[in-house]
Ligand binder design. Structure first.
Ligand SMILES: Nc1ncnc2c1ncn2[C@@H]1O[C@H](COP(=O)(O)OP(=O)(O)O)[C@@H](O)[C@H]1O
Ligand SMILES: [Mg+2]
Length: 230
């Protein structure tokens, strides 16, 4: 059996809008990302980084080209396939997207529950442990509006990691964190990639990332070189 890379993209084009308003954002993107790699996608604001992340994450439909994620072709895929792929991915967005009606603990539990692979009794324990690991042990029963921006983002990170996803897609995850917390987040992602073979696609923003030696990342690329030219 040949092992396919968890992310294989070929000839990916993407446009927003129709008719005269149509604007192409991604031009013939191609890349292959091996398992357990941390790949940083760089490119200026508006170059389509977030768009690419949502395509790889099966959060929007691929229009043209091939996007294979965790062994599934997403272009033309049925909703059930997209959902199956999404379930194996942990997402961290710039806006934390926590549910305000739930406590920090409940938000993180939800992250483990959607993965559908843990016993009910196991879920709370895992959620507690990971919240302690991101230094929120004392804040578990707080609601998002009772937390600071940095604390909320740490809850979002805990929620993405709690299910030990096969893949982590992070869109500017440290944007609301100070340098030290941002660094801790990146280090946590690195250890996840090492220990669990998690593939990580990261869109950086703050300088927090660059305080780490570049060599500690297995790979660094700019998949947008091509689209910037056009
Ligand atoms: N849902 C959308 N509808 C129309 N245009 C969009 C939409 N999402 C993004 N865009 C446009 O696509 C371009 C790329 O956006 P984005 O992927 O967010 O870039 P980046 O993350 O690199 O800053 C921008 O010009 C943005 O305005
Ligand atoms: Mg973006």
């Amino acid at each position: 059996m040949t092992v396919t890379a968890p992310i294989v993209v070929h000839g990916l084009n993407h446009a927003f809008g129709k008719g005269a308003l149509r604007k192409q954002i991604l031009f013939d993107i191609g890349t292959e990302i091996p398992q357990a790699e941390i790949v940083i996608v760089t490119g200026p604001s508006g170059s389509g980084k977030t768009t690419l992340l949502t395509l790889v994450g099966a959060l929007r439909s691929t229009q043209e080209g091939s996007v294979q994620v965790l062994g599934q072709e997403l272009c033309g895929a049925k909703p059930a396939i997209l959902e199956k792929v999404r379930k194996q991915i942990g997402f961290i967005f710039q806006q934390h997207n926590l549910l305000n009606a739930l406590t920090a603990l409940q938000n993180v539990e939800l992250g483990a529950r959607v993965r559908g692979k843990f016993r009910h009794s196991e879920i709370t324990e895992r959620a507690r442990q990971i919240l302690q690991a991101v230094d929120l042990g004392e804040r578990m029963n707080h609601h998002p509006e009772q937390l600071s921006g940095g604390q909320r983002q740490r809850v979002a990170i805990a929620r993405a990691l709690v299910g030990e996803p096969a893949m982590l897609l992070a869109d500017e995850p440290t944007a609301s964190l100070d340098k030290q917390s941002g660094r801790e987040v990146v280090e946590r992602m690195q250890s996840l990639a090492r220990e669990h073979g998690t593939t990580i696609l990261l869109l950086p923003m703050t300088t927090a990332f660059w305080t780490l030696p570049t060599a500690s990342f297995t790979s660094k690329m700019d998949v947008f070189q091509r689209s910037q030219i056009q």
